[in-house]
Design a binder for this molecule. Structure first.
Ligand code: ZN
Length: 180
């Protein structure tokens, strides 16, 4: 999870590469200044496997926020790829044929935690989707099916959430709030 130092305006956040247009992301706190490049780091694309992806970072001088730009198939804070999580959630909701190949122990743990987290977010996500979903949702599996119907894919769902109010599938960007 992102963390704030508690003093001043520092913070760090990850945004999706498809959540902005142009070469650099704007400041998520709406500072008018262009962000400057702030190095990069590598992370593993998946919990098992050696493939790494490069994450570019930007820094907003006025507010001190560090912004990492996440490739579209990566999930914030979780080393599980978007297509794998999508197939897993389909399986949990009783649609699709499940994960192929099946997950190893590490990935299975990540996916289980993602599902546990997802189950706590039914109300929040239902609100975020509003009229795009039926008014009655009978639980996490139903919610997943309805979100799929509305936005086709997990990529579409994440893109929609990122555009529509600084939410994501498994958490909200609490660190965006400026201190009172
Ligand atoms: Zn800023």
């Amino acid at each position: 999870m992102p963390s704030r130092t508690g003093s001043g305006f520092q913070g760090a956040i990850q945004v999706r590469a498809d959540s902005f247009t142009g070469e650099r992301p704007p400041c998520p706190r709406d500072c008018p200044t262009q962000l400057r490049k702030h190095g990069s780091y590598f992370r593993y694309a998946a919990p098992s496997g050696q493939q790494r992806v490069r994450i570019l970072r930007y820094f907003c001088s006025p507010c001190g926020l560090t912004v990492s730009v996440l490739p579209v198939d990566q999930l914030p804070y979780r080393p599980v790829t978007v297509p794998r999580l999508e197939a897993f959630l389909d399986g949990q909701a009783g649609i699709g044929s499940g994960l192929d190949p099946p997950p190893g122990p590490l990935e299975a743990g990540c996916l289980r935690r993602a599902w546990t987290r997802f189950q706590t977010r039914v109300t929040v996500l239902q609100e975020a989707f509003g009229l795009l979903l039926p008014s009655v949702i009978s639980g996490a599996a139903d919610l997943w099916k309805q979100m799929r119907r509305a936005k086709e894919s997990l990529r579409g769902i994440l893109h929609f959430l990122a555009q529509s109010g600084k939410r994501s599938l498994l958490w909200d960007y609490r660190c965006l709030r400026l201190p009172a």
